[in-house]
Every structure is written in C-alpha cells, then in structure tokens.
Ligand binder design. Structure first.
Ligand code: FAD
Length: 288
C-alpha cells in the first residue's frame, strides 16, 4: 500500500523509525524489535539507510521483513549523496521486487572526513533531484525530510522554506520532520510552510531522551534546541539513569499528547530500536 493513501482520515497516523544494526551483528535483534513493534499496530515502520549508502542491503532486508513477514507497511530510507543513477536504480528495483512501495528520499550527510569528499561522485546533488528521478522513472509513494528549525547547512529559515517547496514540488507526497523538543517550533514551522503553499501531510518526529549521553550527540547531529523544561530534567537527573529515562519518556508523552490535540497528521517515533520504551509511550498517550 502507498502511504499517501492513509492520510485522508481523521486519526493521527503512528509510525516508528528503526535502524538496522551494524554489519558485524546479525539482523536477528532488529527482527525481534520489529515483531514487538508490530503488536502496537503502527501505520508504518521506516528503516534507515547507512550513511553515504553503506549497507543498503541491510535496509532492504529489514524492510522486506517489516513488510512481508510482519505485514506492516515499510518506508525504506534512501540517500543519494555518494551514488550514481545506476546504483540508485538498482536499489529501487530491488525494493520494488520485494513489494516495498514507499521511499523516504534524501540527499544524506556529507562525511565528516573531508578526505573522502574528493572521491565522492553523485548524479543527484540534492534530495529534490533524487525525488524528481524517482517520480519520473519509478512508481513509489515518496516522503522527504523536513527541518522545523532549519537544516544545519541552510543560512536562514526563509531559504530553507524555499528549498523545501522545491523538494515538495519535485514529487514529495508527505514529509517527516527532524526531531524537535519544543512543540511551538513545529507549530511555527507548519504556519510557515502552509503560508508558502506547501500542503502535503507532515509527520512530526519525536524522540524521547533516555540518557544524558544522547543530549550532546543529538544536538551536534541535528541542531535541535533544548527548551528550558527539558534542560532542567537533564540537569536534575544527569546522574540518575532510571529517573532520567522516566522523565525523558514523560516529556515525550507530553509532547505527543499536545501534538494530537493540535491534530497533526502523524507522529513518527524515533524508537532507537528500544521496544519497551516505545510501547510505554504509545500506551501512555493512548495512540493505540
Ligand atoms: P536536501 O533536501 O537536499 O537539503 C540539503 C541542504 O541543501 C539543505 O540545507 C537545503 O536547504 C539545501 N538546498 C536544497 N536545495 C538547494 C539549492 N538548490 N541550492 C542550495 N542549497 C540547497 N541520513 C542518512 O544518511 N540515513 C537516513 O536513514 C536518514 N534518515 C533521516 C530521516 C529523517 C526523518 C530526517 C529528518 C533526516 C534523516 N537523515 C538520514 C539525515 C539527512 O540525510 C540529512 O539531514 C541531510 O543532511 C539532508 O538530507 P535532505 O534530503 O534533507 O537534503
């Protein structure tokens, strides 16, 4: 099923993001997590793509399991930053052969190691080029990434909105947002993009902070700002891991409850492959 057909309804969609473990580990653990997530009856599960296209076979294998063993719609992530058209077409044809009909199409991040930049070749410089290609040559429902606080490389929100509009106009069916910890940030983003005539559905990306190590990492990776109430939690429970996790889950639940009240199109939970914590959040918020 194409996910774009699911958005015409009153209820908030629920989706989970999972990542295949690194190459040295078998996929059994993620299959087990998926089996557990499936019992929560999500509308779809998305599967990340290794940076720069590494381990694309793992995304395919996991997406195949999600869709064909657990019978949950799969959204396979795909990045183009270090790939030629033929590489991309190979992955798309493989996905299609496994009956995966939904792609989250992205550019991907530049590698931190500047040396490897020299060896990089790409047919599609931006996600919008990849999306236009998929739309014209293949038959998928296409999601794209959106950044309520602006993408880290973009100088200002106005320019970010212009680029988002180009990306949507090139064939995006719906958007999934980067993590945010302040719902006002999302509501401002929605106002901004609706004014720019970007009308596709938006799934709001929520990640519970479960430990203090995550904080610096998340901020460094995606630039999500930490509002005062969350900062207080971080400081209060820095040295009490159990209390930190409990408070982080409660914070995410409060965010979700407010988002549902504001009738967002979907809640996309970045599960970090944590089954029990994801179950708690879905049950506490009454999403299932
Ligand atoms: P684009 O939309 O191409 O934008 C990249 C930058 O270029 C932005 O700053 C944009 O404003 C700018 N830009 C766009 N067009 C132009 C133009 N014409 N001229 C100048 N500037 C322009 N990464 C992975 O490697 N694997 C994953 O599985 C993965 N999953 C993700 C899931 C979600 C929900 C999100 C939000 C991100 C995910 N990422 C993933 C990270 C993503 O790859 C990075 O954020 C990446 O840096 C940008 O990808 P994009 O598709 O948004 O890029």
């Amino acid at each position: 099923m194409k996910l774009c057909d699911l958005f015409n309804r009153e209820k908030t969609l629920v989706s989970f993001e999972i990542f295949p473990p690194k190459q040295t580990v078998t996929l059994e653990s993620i299959f087990k997590t998926t089996e557990g997530l499936q019992t929560l009856n999500p509308d779809f599960i998305s599967i990340t793509y290794g940076a720069g296209g590494s381990a694309s076979d793992r995304t395919l294998e996991t997406a195949d399991k999600v869709k064909n063993t657990y019978h949950v719609e799969a959204l396979a992530h795909l990045t183009c930053i270090n790939s030629q058209k033929d590489d991309i077409d190979t992955v798309l044809n493989q996905l299609q052969a496994h009956n995966i009909q939904n792609i989250l199409a992205m550019r991907g991040d530049y590698p931190l190691d500047k040396g490897s930049l020299k060896n990089m070749t790409t047919t599609f410089p931006y996600a919008k080029n990849l999306i236009a290609h998929i739309k014209s040559q293949h038959d998928f429902c296409i999601a794209a990434a959106a950044y309520p606080e602006g993408h880290l490389e973009c100088p200002n929100l106005a320019e970010d909105t212009v680029h988002l509009k180009e990306k949507v106009d090139s064939g995006t069916d719906f958007l999934i947002t980067q993590i945010f910890f302040d719902n006002a940030v999302l509501y401002n983003f929605l106002d901004r993009i609706r004014q720019a005539n970007i009308t596709v559905p938006v799934c709001a990306g929520i990640m519970p902070l479960l430990n203090s190590r995550q904080v610096a990492r998340i901020h460094g990776l995606c630039g999500a700002s930490i509002p005062k109430p969350l900062q207080s939690i971080i400081e209060k429970y820095e040295n009490s891991p159990n209390d930190f996790e409990k408070a982080g889950i409660e914070y995410a639940c409060n965010q979700i409850t407010d988002l549902i009240a504001h009738k967002v199109d979907g809640i996309h939970l970045y599960t970090m492959n944590k089954l029990e914590q994801s179950k708690t959040i879905i049950q506490e918020t009454g999403l299932r």
